[in-house]
Design a protein around this ligand. Sequence first.
Ligand SMILES: [Zn+2]
Length: 369
Amino acid sequence: MPRIADIINEIHKVAPPSLQESYDNAGLIVGDASEAVTGITLTLDITEEVIDEAIQNGDNLIVAHHPIVFKGLKKLTGSNYVERCVIKAIKNNIALFAAHTNLDNVIRQGVNSSLSDILELKNQRILAPKKGRLKKLVTYIPVNETNQVMSAVHKAGAGNIGNYSECRFEITGIGRFTPKEDANPTIGSSNISESVEENRVECIFPDYFEGAILNALKSAHPYEEVAYFIHSLDNVNQDIGSGMIGELEEPMNTDDFMQYLSKKLDLQVIKHTNLCKEKIQTVAVCGGSGSFLLGNAIRNKADIYVTGDFKYHEFFDADNKIIIADIGHYESEVHTKRLFFEILTKKISNIALNFSKTNTNPVKYLVTT
Ligand SMILES: [Zn+2]
C-alpha cells in the first residue's frame, strides 16, 4: 500500500516543490506523510463539501491545486471556511495536499501545458520563462570512463536544452594529483605524483536536480574524491515559468475561435475586449489569475490571451494590440483534476482516484436574457 509520501513524491517529480512562488503554500498542509493511502480525492479547491465526499469515498488524501491554507492560521475555532476545513480534515484523519504554482511553472504536465493541449496548440513554449533556475556542472573524468559517468549524470536530469538531451561539452587534458598517506586511490599510490588523461566535462541542469545529479556523479565516478564545480547561471530556463503560448494548426476566424474556446472549456461566459483581430492563430494562456502576463502575451505577438481574473482597468491595456479573453479563474483551472489523475494513474495502480463532483466555483452566473 503506498504511503501519502509516495503520492506526493510522484506529483513532485512532475512539479518540484522548489518551483513554487515565494507567496505560495503548496505541499502537504494537513496530515502525516507516513500513513498508508486508502484512496485519493482529486479537486481544484478544498471545501467542506469536498472533504465530505472524501469521507464518503473512504479516501484519506485530498489532492488539490489551490492550497486551503494560504496565510498563517492563529486560531482554529471554525470561524471561517478555512478553519472549518482544517478541523474537519483532522477530525476525519484526511490529509490535505496542494500542488499550486509549482504545477503552474512546469513546461510538461503542468496547468498551462494541459490548457494548451485542450486548445490543441502546437509549438508550445513558456510565455514568461524564469531566470536564475539553471546551474552548470564542471567535472573531470578519466577519458575511458567519461561516457559511463555522464550517462548516469544525464539520467539524473543534466544536459537537457529545449528539444535536445544529453548536451555536454568535453575537452581533454591532464589531471594531476598526489594521493596522501590515508588515500585509497583508484589510480596511483600514496605520496607519488600522478597524472591522468581526463576530460573536463561541462553541462547545465535545473537547480532542483542538484542533489540527484551530485549523487549520480559521485556513485558513477571511479575516483575516491570527485573534483567538480557548480556554477549558478543567469540564463533563462525555457522549461520553467508562467503561462504558455502556441499556435493553432490553422488560423481560425475570431468568431469561430470564441465558439471553439467556449466549447473546448465548457464555458458559460467569456468576458473579452474588442475583437480587434480578424483571425486567431497565436494563443497565449495562463490558468488562474493571469493579468500580470498581458505584456508578455503582447510582446510575443499573441492574437488572444486566454486567462482569468482581469480587473476593469486592466482590460483597457489590451489597447487593440491583443484580445483579452477572461474565461474565469475556475474554468481556466478546473482541468487540473484530470491532470492529477494523469500524473498518478500511470504510477499508482491499486489506489482509487476519485474526481470530486462538487463544483467549487464561488462565482455563479445569472443569465438574465
Ligand atoms: Zn488558481
